[in-house]
Design a protein around this ligand. Sequence first.
Ligand code: GLY
Length: 288
Amino acid sequence: MVWGFTLMALIMITHCGAGSTEKVLDASEKAGKVGFEILNKGGSALDAVVGATIVLEDDERLNAGTGSRLRLSGKIQMDASLMDSKRDCGCVAALEGVKNPIKVAREVMKTPHLFIAGEGANEFARSKGFEYYDPKTDRTVRAWEKVRKRLREKDLPSWAEKWEDYDVRDTVGAVALDSRGWFATSNSTGGTTFMLDGRVGDTPVIGAGLYAAEKGAVSATGIGEEIVRVVLSKWVYDRMVDGRHPQDACDASLELFEKDMPTGVIAVSKDGYGVSCNTKMAWWAREG
Ligand code: GLY
């Protein structure tokens, strides 16, 4: 395609994950403003979503970077991903001991690969100079102890109640449109509540947790296994390609899920942006 240089309206959207409440609205705003400022100074959509995601990862109230959820084993293994209008991608999964997984995803983008996982991702991060960092917090350790106790006591609520009980905070994410008309999307997560080591959800899976190409960008949040099954982000992208407004495409995508399956999606195209979630979700958006 030919990349035009007509100056476009800027769009920046951030979210703190399906299930996040107004208590963390300030985090989505702070991150969004960082991203928007990058756009405003002529920066790329990719730089904007990375800048915003770093802010979200550094907020220990959110389930990404510092504050990531522990797996049943007690380990923290994080997933992060990036994609832009040129379909360049960088994804990491089950990454350990790093402060900002999104920065490692950005390094992956510079390689011939698009996805590096597990021990290879850890080694790759160290080879790129990322020092060891423990993303654990007192709050996430307390949450892990509670989960283990309920498992031991076989005190498991039904599926939907389970998520409600554990104060779900899912993936963080961002999408942006820059002045050159390029789009980008990013995601970062500590995963979901009950997880075995090595489990990978939707967050770093192209088409499921995220998608971007010449017509727009999408980021999804919710229960990874369910989002992968319906390839949610590509579904929303394809509706936008068909001419639907991003808000309409996001709203329609929630029909793919049971009402009690916490799911959210944000999207941007040249027609504007959309934000939909079937539960609470802290998010922030600016057009300018
Ligand atoms: N959406 C995050 C996960 O399921 O891992």
